[in-house]
Design a protein around this ligand. Structure first.
Ligand code: ADP
Ligand code: MG
Length: 483
């Protein structure tokens, strides 16, 4: 466990995260307007989103299904009856004067997320709830020197708010939690997890305490938009609280903002200034009653999720937990690997995917879906190694050429004449030549200087431009040197 060492002793950090995840959906939660990102301002707005008088919200079935699927993916309780409430507050980007959300009766109740820690252990983090709610519009302060503009494209877009229990204890755990949650959401296809575009945003609740003491007073850091910033904000906020308490002060419950440029959190509003949202059930919407058969169907058709896939990769392919974890992080990477591994040595397949392929993708700044080498082609390359056509060294050269040209490995082998030499006759004559040119070394070797063996192998490989099969070279060389 990593504690903060203060002036007066150790402190433990307590963290609970509230994640807003935008539901992958064509239309908004209660209107038919498009939910697509990046359109011209105010082009995706229906009279419902603009809160024209007399407009009625109609629930989007697809969004409900996505929330239920997410709940199932988090192994959570699905509430067969849930209620939409009005959360009342005034703001220019909220034309109705209230947000439709769920308060006392959310669609999804308690669940959990399993974290894989660096030391190979796992930690279970409780999910308190998941509820559906609308997003607000956006105020644009930089379009005009004296006025603020409002863009309602986002108003009414469906969000899932996923709330964790205060179970996290370090910034690293919070980072691991967010990455795991994002991975699950992407597998399910219920949220694209894109934090830069704001389709996943995080509020961090942070408090500190002496180990073993009851929870301390927390502060909430609003709308942090990357995993790295979440981790930084938690560290910085926890240190601020420790210093404050050690100086004789007390933490007051507050909403704060993280400023990554200055490396500090700043107060936004305190509990006394907090909104009284006057929640009440939305009279325009009936309680949401789920059909048990629909929930059953969604459950049956859930994809294999990262934890299960990882366990299967370890059991079936005998991969290390680390390799398996890396390969299952994204569904598409796992599929790529399984295509390469099919009918081949899985360990070698894993090494090539996580080594050569990931290295290339990182260097070129590409995602695996843009990989210049397909899973099919990488598999063919491994086959050329398997049947002795290519040595490991030559295979790496061919791989580099595949990345450059997009050609099939067999074609590159033909074109460049890279075929590994397994012909014993050819190898024998080049060994003879090397021995003749190094008669002194041969004598030294024969008088007991075994270490020279590597030198001879190197010379033969050099003479054959790396194409000789190293196994064959070793065998013949050993015999000939023995005299
Ligand atoms: P609110 O209704 O004010 O948002 P909640 O009880 O729903 O408060 O908690 C919101 C988040 O704060 C949850 O993620 C929860 O785990 C976290 N949390 C609650 N108490 C603490 C605490 N003492 N320290 C850190 N996080 C906390
Ligand atoms: Mg809250």
């Amino acid at each position: 466990m990593s504690l903060i060492e203060g002036r007066t002793g150790s402190w433990e950090i307590v963290i609970g995260l509230e994640v807003h995840a935008q539901v992958v959906s064509e239309a908004k939660l209660f209107s038919g307007a498009s939910a697509a990102f990046g359109a011209e301002p105010n082009t995706h707005v229906s009279p419902v989103d603009a809160a024209f008088p007399g407009m009625l919200p109609v629930i989007n079935r697809h969004c409900v299904e996505q929330a239920v699927r997410t709940g199932l993916g988090l192994e959570a309780q699905i509430n067969m009856v849930s209620v939409f409430d009005r959360k009342n507050y005034f703001y220019a980007d909220l034309p109705a004067g209230y947000q439709i959300s769920q308060f006392t009766k959310p669609v999804v109740g308690e669940g959990k997320i399993t974290l894989d820690m660096d030391d190979g252990s796992t930690r279970e983090i409780g999910i308190t709830r998941l509820h559906l709610e609308q997003d607000a519009g956006k105020s644009l302060h930089d379009q005009n020197p004296t006025m603020t503009y409002v863009d309602l494209n986002r108003a009414g877009v469906a969000l899932m708010e996923i709330v964790s229990e205060p179970d996290l204890r370090t910034a690293e755990e919070a980072g691991a939690y967010l990455r795991k949650l994002r991975s699950i959401l992407r597998y399910l296809g219920t949220c694209d997890g894109n934090m830069e575009e704001g389709s996943m945003r995080c509020d961090c609740n942070v408090s500190v305490r002496r180990p073993g003491d009851p929870f301390g007073t927390r502060c909430e850091i609003k709308n942090v938009n990357s995993v790295r910033f979440v981790m930084q904000a938690i560290e910085i906020e926890a240190r601020r609280q420790v210093e404050l308490i050690e100086d004789g002060g007390a933490v007051i419950q507050q909403t704060r903002l993280f400023d990554p440029n200055r490396g500090e959190t700043r107060p936004m509003r305190s509990k006394e200034q907090a909104h009284d949202y006057r929640y009440f059930p939305d009279p325009d919407l009936l309680p949401l009653v789920l059909d048990p058969k629909m929930v059953e169907d969604l459950k049956r058709n859930l994809p294999e999720l990262p934890d299960k896939k990882k366990a299967r990769f370890i059991a079936d392919y005998k991969l290390s937990p680390y390799d398996a974890g890396v390969l299952v992080d994204e569904r598409i990477t796992a599929e790529f690997f399984e295509t390469v591994a099919k009918g081949r040595d899985p360990k070698i397949a894993a090494n090539w995917v996580t080594g050569e392929l990931f290295g290339t993708l990182n260097r070129e700044g590409l995602g695996i879906e843009q990989s210049p080498v397909s899973a099919q082609a990488l598999g063919e390359l491994l086959d050329l190694m398997g049947d002795g056509t290519l040595s490991g060294k030559l295979a790496k050269d061919v791989f580099a050429a595949m990345v450059k040209t997009g050609k099939a490995p067999a074609e590159i082998v033909e074109e460049q004449g890279l075929r590994q030499v397994t012909d014993t006759g050819a190898i024998e004559s080049s060994i003879d030549a090397v021995m003749a040119a190094n008669a002194d070394k041969v004598a030294e070797y024969r008088s007991g200087k075994d270490k020279l063996f590597g030198f001879f192998v190197g010379q033969v490989m050099k003479a054959t431009q790396g194409k000789a099969n190293p196994g064959v070279v070793n065998d013949i060389l050993r015999k000939k040197l023995a005299g």
